[in-house]
Design a protein around this ligand. Structure first.
Ligand SMILES: [Zn+2]
Ligand SMILES: [Zn+2]
Length: 321
């Protein structure tokens, strides 16, 4: 099958073996897969991953090995963390943190940039018909944005600042704006800010941002090691900073401001898929303006090159024939 494969070098191959679903797994034929910043990080060595990359996808179940046969033929997306199912974390509903977990296209499990993938049936969610394939590819990053509202009570009276106008920053501000708070997005790119502005989020260019500690909640999505320090200059005493960027490189910083200003810091990663699908299906969030381009597999190399460009947002690879 066609696949985007990383073994120290990114390869676009036509003869990757079609996987066989294990016990209680489904074989899913991929319709489309999105390129995420994590995928680009993997091609730079992040996680030491080797195999088929990609974790943002929509596809159709071709066969099921085990129960849940009713999924056969359904159009689905999949939560990316595959817990062992038996450890203390998994039993307590923390499968995203299972020490033996596999993560689709990121850790010990082949990913979605291929014609087929195998996925535990418990990870699959059916996609409502009114969501297009291109929109469904956003379910995973949109779920990551919903994780913030699962973790933190953001009041409708709160002043919220989302830092960073990349894909994740845009999705986070659109999700937080659903609670009708006072949400602003700050970034460096007028064209990206405009996408949030058109969906009623206040936006401002970084150079216009006043360094005053006035925000109740600051969500850090810059992807830069300096982002956390800047967030601390913007959050009010007793406020909350939510860290969304996984910055692979380590850094040193003075944590005293956290203590002095009694700041709550929340790390935030993968989130729940069901609310993301509902938001897409009810048309509460329009992700279409975030699509930079959709490329067929034979142009996947071009798709990756486009995804690396500064002005690019979501690049999608189309595996349908
Ligand atoms: Zn992703
Ligand atoms: Zn487990």
């Amino acid at each position: 099958m066609k696949a985007v494969f990383f073994d120290g070098e990114l390869k676009f191959v036509g003869d990757y073996p079609v996987p066989e679903p294990g016990e209680n797994e489904a074989l899913v034929r991929i319709n489309m897969a999105g390129i995420c910043n994590t995928d680009l990080e993997i091609t730079r060595g992040y996680m030491g991953f080797r195999g088929v990359i990609g974790h943002e996808f929509v596809g159709r179940v071709e066969k099921v090995n085990g129960k849940d046969r009713r999924l056969t033929g359904r159009r689905v997306v999949a939560e990316i963390n595959c817990g062992c199912g038996v450890c203390g974390y998994c039993i307590r509903g923390l499968k995203n943190h299972c020490p033996d977990r596999k993560v689709i296209g990121i850790l010990n499990k082949d990913g979605a940039m291929a014609e087929y993938i195998t996925v535990p049936t418990g990870n699959l969610l059916e996609v409502p018909e009114n969501i297009t394939d291109e929109e469904a590819v956003f379910t995973e990053p949109l779920a990551a944005a919903f994780e913030i509202t699962r973790q933190t009570h953001i009041r409708p009276t709160d002043r919220v600042l989302v830092m960073g106008d990349g894909k994740l920053g845009l999705l986070c501000c659109l999700v937080l704006n659903l609670a009708h708070g006072d949400v602003s997005l700050v970034g460096k790119h007028a064209n990206k800010l405009r996408i949030a502005g058109e969906q009623d989020v206040k936006t401002l260019l970084l150079e216009r941002l006043k360094a005053e500690k006035s925000y109740d909640v600051v969500v850090e999505c810059t992807g830069s090691p300096k982002g956390f320090g800047t967030a601390l200059e913007l959050v009010r005493p007793h406020g909350t900073v939510i860290l969304k960027s996984t910055v692979a490189e380590g850094m040193e910083m003075n944590l005293a401001p956290l203590v002095i200003n009694e700041i709550t810091v929340t790390g935030s990663r993968c989130g729940p898929f069901a609310p993301a699908l509902r938001a897409l299906s009810r048309r509460l969030i329009d992700v279409r303006p975030l699509i930079t381009g959709t490329f067929r597999f034979d142009r996947a190399g071009e798709a990756f090159a486009r995804a690396k460009e500064k002005d690019s947002l979501k690049v999608i690879i189309d595996f349908r024939t």
